[in-house]
Design a protein around this ligand. Sequence first.
Ligand code: ADP
Ligand code: MG
Length: 370
Amino acid sequence: MKVTLEHLTKIFPGRGRKSREQVVAVSDLTFEIPDGKLIGLLGPSGCGKSTALNLLCGLLKPTDGRIFFGEQDVTSLSPEKREVGMVFQNYALYPHLTVLQNILFPLQNLKGDKKLTKSEMQKKALDAAKLVQIENLLDRKPGELSGGQQQRVAIARALVKTPRILLMDEPLSNLDARLRLQTREEIRRIQKETKITTVFVTHDQEEAMSISDSIVVMKDGVVQQIGRPQEVYDDPCNLFVARFLGNPPVNLFRGSVRNEKLYIGEEPVMDMKGAEDQDVSVGIRPEGFILKEQGVLTCSLSGVEVMGRDVSVVASHACCLEQTIRAIVGSDTKIDLSNPVIRFDLKPEKVLVFNAQTEARLRVKDAASV
Ligand code: ADP
Ligand code: MG
């Protein structure tokens, strides 16, 4: 089921005398979720992700804008009639019911021509349990399950009615690191098997990048960029998006464009054909550095961190906006730790330049190493 958001806006009124100020939780959300895809809605806490989900499922009414499931305008439809499955961070299972009863629950209130017989319900519940691989736990109570197992039950319960779309709000946040990884692979597998259009909300960039067909990056209720994860990482539209994606994060420097060259401090590091003179912020991805004796960027070497597969060179520079620079190089690279100075060449495609005031990306047609 294709989902379309058109100028979707939600404004919460200010409460009480002191906080009259209204909150624009989401503003003018406009995008399309293609049928059968998994979209990652990504952004820091408070940027409007949950509000957007609650608008999609009908728990909130928008202040403005419209929502379509396929060609149907569902904006004023009640949550029950939208046929969406919801999964939350805190599982929200009924503690006094068994796993099977929890999964059966949404089927028991179906009315009219949707009403099912007992055996039909049993079959659907069992199918959903099998899909999330908990068919051996059906007689347990939620309290007797691990966090990961509880979340599987919640997913089975969301899927049992075969929803038109599946909405997941930070479903992995309560799980420990290993389970988070495993469960996210599970969610991906289930989504691919069922082909249910899914919106997956998270504040964790790595999680969103790894699981999504496309990501929607939000800030302060406003969409910043939409695209395939790799595209958005490689080609961020502004400084916020560049900083939000990537681990270790992008290294940031104060810089300037002068005479069509990019400077960090007094060193010209890259050609910027066609760019006007201006102050800029320069983002260099950790994998964008090449160790070279006569390299264009001169830094002070602090040390190296060995991470097995590769090595992080830790350095500093007077124009760097953080205390340290992290450059990732291959584990076979020879680094002379007795030398306090280290120089790098830069991979032009890994150097992202932003106007210092607007923070918008400066696109240069033929950026090239000097
Ligand atoms: P996220 O899920 O990305 O952390 P939310 O969608 O929960 O963000 O919140 C977005 C903004 O809207 C926040 O500033 C939050 O304080 C505000 N907000 C959310 N729900 C309400 C509400 N019911 N009343 C007033 N403000 C709200
Ligand atoms: Mg939230």
